[in-house]
Write a protein that binds this ligand. Structure first.
Ligand code: DGL
Length: 290
């Protein structure tokens, strides 16, 4: 049992963060979690920074009301656009997707040719580029790497999110789209690719088959390791979280409940969520319809 029994808060624009939750529960099977998916306002990936910051703050507020000891922003878009904003109004530690994945990418790359894919908002924020350059600069002297300056190539892949949500993780159509998206990155001879969106782990096998030999960075896995550092506790790394740990230790909250949630959640989490998710919370505002 953890010494500090307060739960870990996790939020995402919707269900993509379940791939991160999966990694967290596998890493900390004795911890309790509160997961909030802002399903009423998903996607964040094509919204403005102002809007993503407002939504992220509301999600973080909700988790803070649940007395969480740590917040994991399990959404690359929210991490890219809103982590500083969220950090500015709480002392609770905040882990995003970008910094941990940037560290893993720098450690993994042998050539310094690193690719990043994500939503339009994540890629146009340049958050990964900034984070990767910061990691390289801060660890330059002792890294012993054969390269000094990273060559970064990034690309938004907006079609991946709806394809994954449709369950088209291994179809010919998805493969063709992935080949088009990845071509400019592979032509730059990347040896490492950051999957900079929480939906992408579901198509990691397909991406790997198009990019054999390229090391794929799973931001959820990187974030779970960062959480272990912040919590300062020994980790129990299991390949998959146990179904009982998910059912007994995770409270799910969604801002909208759709019948497809349980089906999609099983794909993302690897375990069926049997308890119906509790819907709607506080006063999260759904944008007014015109
Ligand atoms: N979860 C988001 C991310 O990781 C993708 C979905 C969205 O656009 O909200 O960027």
């Amino acid at each position: 049992m953890p010494v500090d029994t307060r739960p870990i808060g996790v939020f995402d624009s919707g269900i993509g963060g379940l791939t991160v939750l999966r990694q967290l529960v596998a890493m900390f099977p004795d911890e309790r979690f509160v997961y909030l998916g802002d399903t009423a306002r998903v996607p964040y990936g094509n919204k403005s920074a102002d809007t993503v910051q407002r939504y992220s703050r509301e999600c973080a507020d909700f988790l803070l009301e649940h007395n969480v000891k740590l917040i994991v922003i399990a959404c690359n878009t929210a991490s890219a656009l809103a982590i500083d904003n969220v950090r500015s109004f709480t002392d609770v530690p905040i882990i995003g997707m970008i910094e941990p994945a940037a560290r893993h990418a720098v450690q993994a790359s042998k050539t310094g040719n690193i690719g990043v894919i994500g939503t339009r908002a994540t890629i146009s924020s340049n958050a990964y580029e900034v984070a990767i350059r910061q990691v390289v600069t801060s660890s330059q002297s002792n890294a012993g790497r054969p390269w000094k300056v990273p060559t970064l190539v990034s690309r938004p892949c907006p079609l991946f999110v709806p394809l994954v949500e449709e369950g088209w993780t291994d179809t010919e159509a998805t493969r063709m789209i992935a080949e088009v998206y990845l071509k400019p990155l592979l032509s730059q001879h990347i040896d490492t690719l950051v999957l900079g969106c929480t939906h992408y782990p579901l198509i990691a096998p397909l991406i790997q088959s198009i990019a054999p030999g390229v090391t794929l960075i799973d931001c959820g896995h990187a974030a779970a390791q960062a959480a272990a550092d912040v919590l300062g506790q020994p980790t129990t790394r299991m390949t998959e979280p146990s179904a009982s740990a998910i059912r007994e230790h995770v409270s799910f909250y969604l801002t909208d409940y759709t019948p497809s949630f349980q089906m999609i959640a099983k794909d993302f989490l690897g375990v069926a969520v049997e308890e119906p998710a509790r819907t709607i919370l506080r006063d999260l505002q759904v944008p007014s319809q015109r």
